[in-house]
Design a protein around this ligand. Structure first.
Ligand code: FPP
Length: 240
């Protein structure tokens, strides 16, 4: 069975999961930690090398201040609690997103978590925090412009390869499989550059209820896809 090297996930549906149970939205976010652990385990078990999770988008700042505050505290507590275990399991944790938008307590946790984890890991877990795909492309373009201004790069050297290297995930393979829970079928400003040729898989399941069976269903769907990258199907072996 073909296994993706890199899986990227939009974990959607925490709020609805909580509302349906008469609970505050924060309870949904808390319940959303269990499937995060499950996905890390599944990736390690199946030999998937990269997992990228959309934890907080640039647009999520517009949520009520109490919800944003809850989410930031949840990220901080979770990192404090889980980072040693993750490092022991050979999981390298990285963050992408606009760090200038984050407060000092979360920034300190992020830096400590990144410093704690080994680079030669079995799994690289990337958490997108205060992240937006358009922000990422604009930031990458700005770094190229600065290099041109400083004489380190010529205009002719600006191409898909040089821009792609400056994108936040530029040092790892593009996601092979994109998963979104919660029933919406859109990319919502997630990894706009890197998802160019990813296989997309959507499920109605809300993130807190996403389980090993759902992960397996996404893997099965991926294994059945034919990836052509704009080309034509591979020729079949001639029948004898
Ligand atoms: C989207 O559901 C979910 C979020 C904005 C937060 C996701 C965060 C977690 C699952 C915690 C993960 C923690 C770490 C450390 C990775 P929603 O609130 O938009 O749900 P709704 O569409 O039902 O309202």
């Amino acid at each position: 069975m073909t296994v993706p090297r890199h899986v990227a996930i939009i974990m959607d549906g925490n709020g609805r999961w909580a509302s349906r149970r008469g609970l505050p939205r924060s309870a949904g976010h808390k319940a959303g930690l269990k499937p995060v652990r499950l996905c890390v385990e599944e990736c390690r078990r199946r030999g998937i090398s990269y997992l990228t999770l959309f934890a907080f988008s640039s647009e999520n700042w517009s949520r009520p201040v109490t919800e944003v505050g809850f989410l930031m505290s949840l990220f901080i507590e979770t990192l404090e609690r889980e980072i040693d275990d993750l490092a022991r399991q050979s999981v390298e944790v990285r963050f992408i997103g606009d760090r200038s938008a984050l407060g000092t307590p979360i920034l300190q946790r992020i830096e400590a978590a990144e410093a704690r984890c080994v680079p030669a890991a079995q799994l690289r877990l990337t958490i997108a925090l205060a992240y937006g795909g358009r922000w990422d492309i604009a930031r990458a373009a700005r770094t190229l412009a600065l290099d041109v201004m400083a004489g380190r790069l010529s205009i002719d050297e600006i191409n898909e390869s040089t821009l792609g290297q400056r994108i936040s995930l530029g040092d790892i393979p593009d996601p092979d499989l994109f998963i979104r829970t919660g029933g919406e079928q859109r990319i919502s400003n997630f990894l706009l550059w890197s998802l160019a040729y990813s296989e997309l898989w959507f499920t109605e399941r809300l993130w807190p209820e996403f389980d090993a069976g759902d992960f397996g269903a996404a893997m099965d769907a991926y294994a059945g896809r034919e990836r052509r990258f704009g080309g034509v199907p591979a020729p079949r072996e001639p029948a004898c």
